[in-house]
Design a protein around this ligand. Structure first.
Ligand SMILES: [Ca+2]
Ligand SMILES: [Ca+2]
Ligand SMILES: [Ca+2]
Ligand SMILES: [Ca+2]
Length: 396
């Protein structure tokens, strides 16, 4: 845990390119905000940003108190006050900034809320509160899109599936290596944003008094512009490869501008030999035929491969998705440098579709289907091939 400048705090959570950030401000005490590492197995992600109503260094486990309390200068926040009618918040930690997404209409990020107010102050006046205000509207909601995440709405009695009890007293369960007596599972914010400049306020505050800390943890690099929610998986699961697993293809936004802002990644690949592969695309995802020793081809014709050899033109390097599966992790690693993710995992789909002759574009509003083709082996040691499952994307 370490305290940082406001810009450091924002940089800790903004991932990839594409999220233009400006006008960063922080209100609160410097000891009540910071960055952290080592969160795996505790909050559910390794590193990120933390905002607290007490000293961030009091977050470390084990849980030795039911009432850990720190102070952040006293001042509350008017937007938080509106979430707890009748109360004035205090000790608020408030990080605000403007951001801009290039042509994409959603923002997402992952977080956990934790509090010492659990469990004794559930359904009481002493309810600490947090909010992620996107253009003034709180986006910290349960997956139903309606219920605000609060101590009173996520606890042992209400929405317990989103709650991890860590209270050593009521009842005595405190297996998580963190001071907070209760915390949420990892939750995701998904909020529509406007073209151009948007504003977000990330805020947590004490309510009722300044005692008993509460905090929010936001996952590093998880704050990204999203390709809407319109990514679905099909033709799943794929046929198992020689090592007994099926390759999982998934899609996400990578938030910068090679083209369509879609990032494909593939995992669970063969590790017993060096397997290469590349991505293929089609506007028809209805085929679903099993090819002996070659997996399930889900894409209908015509389909094209993101491979400079088939494009037949070295001036189109962005179409080269050739890669290999890491023989330790089974993750697909891009060999041609056209993946923006850490470690070059996966592939950033360009605007141009991989058909020969080149020049066909993926256009806004179109639905496309993607699979990974890769080298597989037969049980007898002969060479074969296989496919991942399929990702279907309607481009915004
Ligand atoms: Ca505690
Ligand atoms: Ca407590
Ligand atoms: Ca406090
Ligand atoms: Ca409190």
């Amino acid at each position: 845990m370490s305290t940082q400048t406001p810009t450091d705090l924002v940089n800790a959570i903004v991932g990839g390119g594409g999220v233009g950030v400006s006008n960063v401000t922080f209100a609160g005490d410097v000891v009540c905000a910071g960055t952290f590492t080592g969160g795996t197995g505790i909050v559910g992600f390794e590193s990120g940003l933390m905002l607290s109503t007490g000293n961030v260094n009091d977050a470390f486990g084990p849980n030795i108190s039911g009432s850990t309390t720190g102070f952040c200068g006293g001042a509350g926040d008017p937007d938080l006050d509106l979430l707890v009618p009748g109360f004035t918040t205090q000790d608020a930690s408030v990080l605000e900034f403007d951001f801009e997404c290039s042509s994409i209409q959603f923002i997402t990020f992952n977080y956990v809320f934790a509090s010492e107010e659990y469990n004794e102050y559930v359904n009481s006046a002493y309810n600490d509160v947090f909010g992620f205000f996107v253009n003034g509207v709180n986006a910290a909601l349960l997956p139903d899109g309606i219920t605000a995440v609060t101590i009173d709405t996520v606890n042992n009695g209400l929405n317990p599936g989103f709650y991890i009890d860590n209270d050593c007293a009521t009842p005595a369960v405190c297996g998580v290596d963190i001071e907070y007596d209760g915390l949420t599972v990892v939750l995701t914010v998904s909020a529509a944003v406007n073209p151009g400049i948007n504003h977000i306020k990330l805020a947590v505050g004490d309510a009722g008094d300044t005692a008993y800390d509460s905090a929010v943890f936001i996952q590093s690099n998880s704050f990204v512009c999203a390709v809407s929610n319109d990514i679905t998986i099909g033709c799943d699961p794929a046929l198992n490869h020689i090592d007994g697993m099926s390759v999982d293809l998934s899609g996400s936004s990578f938030g910068s501008g090679i083209g369509s802002d879609l990032h494909l990644s593939a995992s669970n690949g063969p590790t017993s030999f060096s397997s290469m592969g590349f991505f293929v695309a089609s506007m028809d995802g209805s085929q679903n035929i099993t090819v002996p020793n070659s997996g399930i081809l889900c894409l209908g014709a015509p389909w094209g491969r993101y491979n400079t050899l088939i494009a037949g033109n070295q001036s189109y390097p962005q179409l080269n998705s050739l890669g290999t599966f890491n023989q330790v992790t089974g993750e697909f690693e891009n060999m041609s440098g056209t993946a923006t993710s850490a470690g070059g995992l996966g592939f950033d789909i360009p605007t141009e579709a991989p058909f020969a002759p080149p020049g066909m574009l993926i256009n806004s509003g179109e639905t496309w289907f993607f699979q990974l083709w890769y080298r597989d082996m037969t049980v007898g040691g002969g060479m074969s091939s296989n496919f991942s499952n399929m990702v279907e994307v309607t481009f915004p």
